[in-house]
Ligand binder design. Structure first.
Ligand code: SF4
Length: 420
């Protein structure tokens, strides 16, 4: 049997697509290979959102060129955000790559008749990603995604619900709805259902335990959606809402379409409506012309709003974006690094303080797997929990007494049934 190997870098969207591509290849008769040198087909699922990711993709392709020299029957394919409409340029640059295809846009030799069934993971994790909207219409000035993934295309509600039911049969307990901007889901569909409608439909599926979604956009998050999260019992109390900067001038230059004041109000509404909400955000430091004072506004906002998780990145210009064309990348590299370190240090302290409240409490954990001999899973509000237990726990919801906390995770002991 031919063997395949998929190398993935980047966001959850890429991970979900790789999982589905792997399943698709197995339907076509391929088996997973343990290493690249055993594979007959290697697919690189690329990310170019930051320079560091793009460099890792280039290094990986470079390493595979040598493999291709000794293994002439190896097929090498590249998908993900490196692939744009002009594949001729990519072919010139990487002549040893056999195929370039856009995410989900399989070449003919990979097509199957029953696309939906074939693309679902055969042995999914109890918590599985379900893409609901592709592309992005926003054109934030720093972001390459709209150029690579195109305009927003929502999947029909019935298709997503059908997929969730099929995943349930395969052992899934939780679906995580994915999109670059899930809050604009449905605007391109007949009758314009929105994310709140979709959550309502999914909430009626018997046996499905939990529903999450990411990523939200502050300019598109509606009160209707917040009410849906607050009222639907299976929708978890967790929101990912990138703020990117605490300065209105920088938000304007980023073309984000909201102000700090609007963002603050949203967080207040979310926290009032959804008790126990887990909140994460994304921040970019060192955006063109970001002054020390504007950076401090970001740090102050994070101190004020106290997120559970902050993903911070140093700005790197992406060729072809508005910022790369029109704005000078004028914050020195060392200064970007220093700002990034400051945010990470600040957030580590905040997360440690938040998590210090958990020891002594009991958490409901959906068990997703094992790591380092311990079971691991998440609470409804997204806290990562590790615990030891001899019985098989995968896919079960366990009550765990939390004993220790770090900024990144909680550790505890599972309660025996008589204590539950
Ligand atoms: S919302 Fe902005 S940052 Fe997010 S994918 Fe779209 S353009 Fe990129």
């Amino acid at each position: 049997m031919p063997q395949y190997y998929i190398w993935t870098i980047g966001c959850q969207m890429n991970k979900a697509e790789s999982e589905r591509l792997g399943s698709h290849l197995e339907e076509l008769g391929y088996q997973p290979a343990a290493t690249t040198d055993k594979a007959d087909l290697i697919v690189i699922n690329s990310c170019v959102v930051r320079q560091s990711a793009e460099s890792r993709v280039a290094n990986k392709l470079d390493a595979l060129r040598s493999l291709k020299r000794v293994n002439h029957s190896l097929t090498l394919a590249v998908t993900g955000c490196l692939v744009n409409s002009e594949t001729d340029q990519l072919k010139d640059h990487f002549p040893y790559v056999d195929y370039f295809f856009k995410p989900g846009d399989y070449p003919q030799w990979l097509e199957k008749e029953n696309k939906l069934q074939a693309s679902l993971p055969q042995h999914p994790s109890p918590s599985t990603f379900v893409p609901i909207i592709q592309g992005c219409d926003n054109f934030c000035s720093y972001c390459i995604v709209p150029y690579r993934r195109g305009q927003e295309r929502s999947r029909p509600v019935e298709e997503i619900v059908g997929e969730a039911k099929e995943l349930l049969k395969r052992g899934v307990k939780e679906v995580i709805l994915l999109g670059q901007n899930v809050d604009s889901f449905g605007h391109d569909l007949p009758n314009k259902p929105d994310l709140a409608d979709l959550l309502g439909e999914l909430n009626t599926i018997d046996g499905l335990a939990r529903i999450r979604f990411l990523t939200s956009h502050p300019k598109d998050m509606s009160s209707r959606l917040i009410n849906a999260v607050a009222s639907l019992d299976k929708v978890c109390e967790q929101i990912s809402l990138p703020v990117q900067s605490g300065s209105n001038d920088i938000l304007n230059a980023m073309r984000r379409g909201y102000t700090v004041e609007h963002y603050r109000q949203l967080i207040a509404e979310l926290r009032t409506q959804i008790p126990g909400l887990g909140l994460s955000t994304d921040v970019i430091v060192g955006f063109p012309s970001e002054s020390p004072g504007q950076f401090q506004q970001t740090a102050d906002l994070l101190s004020e709003l106290r997120f559970d998780t902050v993903h911070v990145a140093a700005y790197s210009p992406r060729p072809g974006t508005i910022a790369a064309r029109a704005l000078e990348d004028n914050v020195p590299h060392a200064e970007k690094r220093s700002r990034l370190d400051k945010i990470e240090t600040l957030q580590e302290r905040i997360a440690a303080e938040i998590n210090a409240q958990f020891p002594g409490k009991t958490a409901e954990v959906l068990v997703e797997g094992k790591k380092g001999g311990k079971w691991q899973g998440r609470t409804r509000n997204g806290k990562l929990v590790f615990f030891t237990e001899t019985s098989h726990c995968l896919g079960q919801v366990k009550k765990v007494r939390i004993e220790h906390a770090s900024p990144w995770s909680l550790q505890g002991k599972v309660l025996t049934s008589e204590h539950q």
